[in-house]
Design a protein around this ligand. Structure first.
Ligand code: ADP
Ligand code: ASP
Ligand code: MG
Length: 405
């Protein structure tokens, strides 16, 4: 007998029929003798619908009130799933985030989980119930409802698995595992039986939305056994995230390709080439809580230099307005930008032992006439910033170039 946390995403609970299907799967795991804790998302499309409604009330919705609204999506599905389970004779009880309690910090709409009280859940399990917890939500130190950022139910599930010491956390979704790239974009993409934690962390942070990045971070920190599976298909082992250090020299250079459209590039031209200028520009952006990703500073000529960096597209306008105000004090001749760019990345532990990965990427993109605007690399990834109109093409040709199909 094991303790299993199962998480079902929006598509998996997208209709009454699908919720009944989830109930059957949960009942089956319980019939096999396992204790089961279930985390659910809102029905697919519901969170988007709630966000849109909020924007009809305010251009920038009040974050506290937005969380009050967004948390309702998951409250509906936990109750419905509990009913579906009771209907087939399985004792079950649902809890919202604050009822558990899933304690978070105060950062409304992007709160971080700080602690989970497993007491109620454990006593329910002890009494033979299936426990259903609302994903994506928690409670702040002041007792306010918080949410964890889009895709946050993955993180709720892994954090619960860590807090309860679960034997496995199973993320059920609409694909049957982690693929070499998004199978919606590249139909030839291949499911991976296993993927290392480091690679999964990179893919998630570089835009592959199959797992929210924080869920992967939690899994790494607390060594949670994490598996991605399909809720729509029977059987299959999905993809297991592994932690073993393996030094398989035979492994392919690239394991997966990720892409991310939530990108914008900003160029600050003609700034004086002197100590402190990077800090003046990027410090101001950081103080506004805007995350800077890729950064390039050119070697200056005639005492001036150009500076380029990327920010999340949703914060592009705010960053441009802020820099426009600073232009005189920075001494820049001009500030320009582009919010129709995207980032495409190749990830693989094999890069450590293969040379020429970056040049193969550059050659492959050049052959398609795709211009590279910025590049960033780490030990196990190469990212390029390109025009967003080439995003799918670049993903497809890189997938093919590295024989991932
Ligand atoms: P859920 O609602 O279950 O949380 P998501 O839509 O958040 O599901 O995540 C699953 C989706 O992630 C898939 O439908 C797929 O289009 C996308 N995806 C992106 N990259 C990958 C990848 N490398 N492997 C599998 N799925 C991926
Ligand atoms: N319902 C939330 C969202 O759509 C959380 C989740 O699905 O993980 O982002
Ligand atoms: Mg998701």
């Amino acid at each position: 007998m094991a303790l299993i946390v199962q998480k079902y995403g929006g598509t998996s609970v997208g209709s009454a029929e699908r919720i009944k299907n989830v109930a059957k799967r949960v009942a089956q795991a319980r019939a096999e003798g396992h204790d089961v804790v279930v985390v659910v998302s809102a029905m697919s499309g519901e969170t988007n619908r709630l966000v849109a409604l909020a924007h009809e009330m305010q251009d920038i919705p009040d974050p506290r009130e937005l969380d009050v609204v967004l948390a309702t999506g998951e409250q509906v599905t936990i109750g419905l799933l509990a009913m579906a389970l009771k209907n087939i004779g399985v004792p079950a009880k649902s809890y919202t985030g604050w009822q558990v309690a899933v304690q978070t910090d105060n950062a409304h709409t992007k709160a971080r989980i700080e602690n989970i009280d497993g007491g109620k859940i454990k006593s329910d399990l002890g009494e033979g119930r299936v426990v259903i917890v609302a994903g994506f939500q928690g409670v702040t130190p002041d007792g306010e409802i918080s949410t964890l950022g889009r895709g946050g139910s993955d993180t709720s599930a892994v954090a619960l698995a860590a807090a309860l010491g679960a034997d496995e956390c199973q993320i059920y979704t609409d694909v049957d595992g982690v693929y070499t790239t998004d199978p919606r974009v590249v139909p030839e993409a291949r499911r991976l039986d296993t993927i290392t934690f480091e690679e999964m962390l990179e893919l998630a942070s570089l835009g592959s939305k199959v797992l929210q990045i924080r869920s992967v971070e939690f899994a790494g920190k607390y060594k949670v056994r994490l598996r991605v599976l399909s809720s729509l298909q029977e059987g299959g082992n999905g993809t297991l995230i592994t932690f073993e250090e393996d030094d398989n020299m035979e492994r392919a250079a690239v394991t997966g390709i990720a892409f991310d459209k939530n990108q914008a590039r900003i160029n600050v031209q003609g700034v004086p080439d002197k100590p402190g200028v990077a800090y003046q520009i990027l410090g101001a952006v950081a103080d506004a809580n805007i995350e800077v990703d890729m950064i390039v500073q050119n070697v200056g000529t005639e005492g001036t230099t150009d500076f380029s960096f990327t920010v999340p597209r949703v914060e592009y306008r705010q960053a441009m307005e802020l820099l426009a105000k600073l232009q005189d004090s920075i001494g820049a001749t001009s500030i320009s930008g582009d919010d129709t760019v995207c980032k495409v990345s190749a990830v693989g532990m094999g890069m450590r032992s293969h040379v020429g990965v970056a040049s193969k990427i550059f050659r492959t993109l050049a052959e398609e006439g795709i211009n590279i605007e910025m590049i960033s690399t780490s030990e196990i990834k190469v990212s390029v910033l390109i025009d967003e109109k080439y995003m799918e093409l670049a993903t497809r040709v890189l997938h093919k170039a590295f024989d991932l199909g």
